[in-house]
Design a protein around this ligand. Sequence first.
Ligand code: NAG
Ligand code: NAG
Ligand code: NAG
Ligand code: NAG
Length: 357
Amino acid sequence: MFSKIAAALVLILPTIARAQYSLVKEYAGTTFFDDWTFYGNFDNLTNGDAIFVTASQAASEKLAFVNSAGNAIIKVDNTTQVPFNDKRNTVRIASTDRFAVGSLWIADMLHLPFGCSVWPAFWSQAPDWPTGGEIDTFEGVNMVQNSQFALHTEPGCTVTNAVQTSTLVNSTDCSFQSNNNEGCQVTNPDPSSYGANFAAAGGGVFVTEFAEKGISIWFFSRKNIPSSIQGNGSTVDTTTLGTPVVNYPSTSCSIDKFFEPQNLIFDITLCGVSAAAGNPTTFAQTCSGICYNDYVIGPPSNYDNAYFEVQSVRVFGTSSAVDIKPTNGASTWAASLRHVIAGSVMAAVAYMLPAIL
Ligand SMILES: *[C@@H]1O[C@H](CO)[C@@H](O)[C@H](O)[C@H]1NC(C)=O
Ligand SMILES: *[C@@H]1O[C@H](CO)[C@@H](O)[C@H](O)[C@H]1NC(C)=O
Ligand SMILES: *[C@@H]1O[C@H](CO)[C@@H](O)[C@H](O)[C@H]1NC(C)=O
Ligand SMILES: *[C@@H]1O[C@H](CO)[C@@H](O)[C@H](O)[C@H]1NC(C)=O
């Protein structure tokens, strides 16, 4: 009897070992913006020259809306001539749901924000940062060609035994206290992972797996999207995706210990003394002039490319990781201490640049 059960278990084990995820939440179409919190304050997180508008401002100024193609636009104001000493309107939204270890999210995008003075990201964090960690799926700055990935955690999380396609590793210590909070940063090697090239290639998808065995991110330019995740399937099997571009295995970073349920975030900020885009060294690597004077208060058309166009964000979970509603709504945006640490991501982005210049 026992051996029969054992034999049966052996037969089903390979199936169990596969990472299968089922759809738990979809942000798409006319309801895309339903379950996000708009920050509604100037950028007091990274001191960017940006005002993150409220939901009603975003709607009336058309900074966050669903376009005629049914895609979500999240953008910087490109119609207002901003007076000297003022900041420019833009958007930061955080999902009201949080997603736990055992979840996976796919962001399908047609356009990413770019241009001098622009610093966009699609990322996630737990409300008590650095407790609970941060996962940066996409980050770019100014006119760089490649986007980048990172984790930011409490001290003690490092990267060893990564199985990934990117060799562009800039740091393996994820602690917010190391390397000016650069995080364990990896450059996306795909030349179509950001900027005009991303858009020209028809965009692409970022797949972020938040699993107990590790955090992995895949990037597929449009023409390379595996058939298993094309269309609107209700499940994802990560064994069909190939090797991730970046992998943070639990080997020397217990995911259960360093990570808590994450709020997904889209934001675009601008310049700032301590923010990534405005750091003079970083700025001069891909742009000329003065970040604030020539861009933020310059011609509004500087921001014609400073928008996300998102077809969908779809979140999948294993049975134990369903979406979690926060008990305290304010906490979804109160915590972005990563961004409070002056110079942190600025340094990270500056480190990335030599690789591509
Ligand atoms: C940013 O502003 C909001 C709204 O005024 C406030 O609740 C929050 O504490 C501020 N955060 C920081 C880091 O100053
Ligand atoms: C980042 O990584 C790439 C690839 O390993 C390397 O060429 C570049 O010099 C690195 N930059 C820094 C600042 O370490
Ligand atoms: C995708 O499929 C889900 C059910 O699996 C459905 O609720 C959703 O409306 C579909 N979305 C689109 C954009 O077709
Ligand atoms: C602003 O940017 C959008 C793209 O987001 C573009 O369609 C539009 O022509 C730009 N200029 C103005 C004045 O709206």
